[in-house]
Design a protein around this ligand. Structure first.
Ligand SMILES: *Cc1c(COP(=O)(O)O)cnc(C)c1O
Length: 362
């Protein structure tokens, strides 16, 4: 029996994508072996690789100016790889600080060049509970890029309009909200996402990068870390994570089958609205720290009146078939991750559990 999985990442995957993998696991399309056992240079794997790229390109309407890359090392490696490719000791990069992941990205840049905080919403409690307002963002027009985190997985905040950075290349960590809704890719010079939250399994990072920007990257760094190496080889410079890419292909194909990103956005908004309505019905019991206009549709965080109640909430929800609700160790409380694989019905089940929990424990 599968549970209702609210894990923050690695996260639940859509059942049809897993069933397809199960059905093809021992023998991929009559080839006598699984896709994992095929050469990454053979025609079977090549078709999967191309399909994953073309599905992503279609779903996100990626323009010709940009290229899709499949890399490894997680989103954390991108924190380092971006400055490694584009920053020099003489140049400077700007960072918009909205949470733990922005801080980690900012930290890695110091090894390569100058860095500057263009906005931060860190508050007196050393927490982040909102996205900066446009007038709080001071971008250096000479910055080689501005880095932002589109959705803050730990603090449960999300950018609902992307900032105007006045022509400076915008780089976004979209690890926890890529594919939650349609976006205008041309606004971003580079966007990246570790797949294990909203797209697929761990072990693969999706990068969508401007070809012109990539061409300006440094060439005095090892080849294996240059974006151009992967671009020139269609992400087949060395052995890619073939099974992870295969599973992403299954997920992307499921997204297309259910109606693409427009449909996912409808479901995701419905899920988030249902859950925030439940929280707002009992504001004394479910305390949401995030300012309303910064609330995330992917990760919803709240605290119960005591830590003991937080623990009881997690334990009792588990008995009711729901897992993954414990908040991040740095934030505490409860976190509900509502990625694409979570259904509207799953959220209805959680919401009735929450209403019931207030009646018995409130
Ligand atoms: C999970 C997460 C990361 C870290 O991803 P890894 O693939 O584990 O390196 C980075 N950024 C955001 C926004 C995340 O949610």
């Amino acid at each position: 029996m599968r549970v209702i999985n609210f894990n923050p990442g690695p996260a639940g995957l859509p059942l049809p994508a897993l069933e397809r993998a199960r059905d093809e696991l021992l023998e991929f399309q009559g080839s006598g072996m699984s896709i994992m056992e095929h050469s990454h240079r053979g025609k079977e794997y090549d078709a999967v690789h191309e399909e994953a790229i073309s599905l992503l390109t279609k779903l996100l309407r990626i323009p010709d100016t940009h290229q899709v890359l499949f890399l490894q090392g997680g989103a954390s490696q991108q924190f380092a790889q971006i400055p490694m490719n584009f920053l020099t000791p003489e140049t400077s990069a700007d960072y918009l600080m909205t949470g733990v992941w922005s801080e980690k990205a900012f930290d890695e840049a110091k090894y390569y060049g100058k860095r500057r905080i263009a906005a931060t919403t860190l508050n007196a409690d050393r927490r982040y509970t909102r996205i900066p307002r446009e007038d709080e963002i001071q971008v250096d027009p000479r910055a080689v890029y501005v880095h932002m985190t589109s959705n803050n997985t730990i603090y449960g905040t999300q950018w609902h309009a992307f900032p105007d950075v006045g022509g400076v290349p915008l780089v976004a960590d979209m690890s926890s909200d890529l594919l939650w809704k349609p976006i205008d890719v041309s606004q971003f010079t580079l966007l990246y996402a570790g797949a294990q939250k909203n797209v697929g399994p761990s072990g693969i990072v999706i990068v969508v990068v401007s070809k012109a920007f990539m061409a300006r990257g440094r060439t005095d760094i090892p080849k294996v870390f240059r974006y151009t190496t992967y671009a020139e080889n269609n992400s087949l410079y060395n052995t890619p994570p073939t099974f992870a890419i295969y599973l992403c292909r299954n997920v992307l194909s499921w997204i297309q089958d259910v109606g693409g990103l427009t449909q996912l956005e409808k479901w995701n908004r419905e899920k988030g609205d249902l859950l925030y309505a439940a929280i707002d019905r009992h504001p004394e019991f479910y305390r949401a720290p995030v300012e309303k206009d910064s609330r995330s549709y992917m990760n919803v965080v709240f605290n119960l009146p005591t830590e003991a109640l937080d623990e009881a909430f997690v334990a009792e929800s588990k008995k009711a078939g729901m897992v993954g609700l414990k908040g991040h160790r740095s934030a505490g409380g409860i976190r509900v991750s509502l990625y694409n694989a979570v259904t509207v019905d799953n959220v209805r089940t959680l919401v009735s559990f929450m209403d019931q929990f207030v009646r018995t424990r409130g």
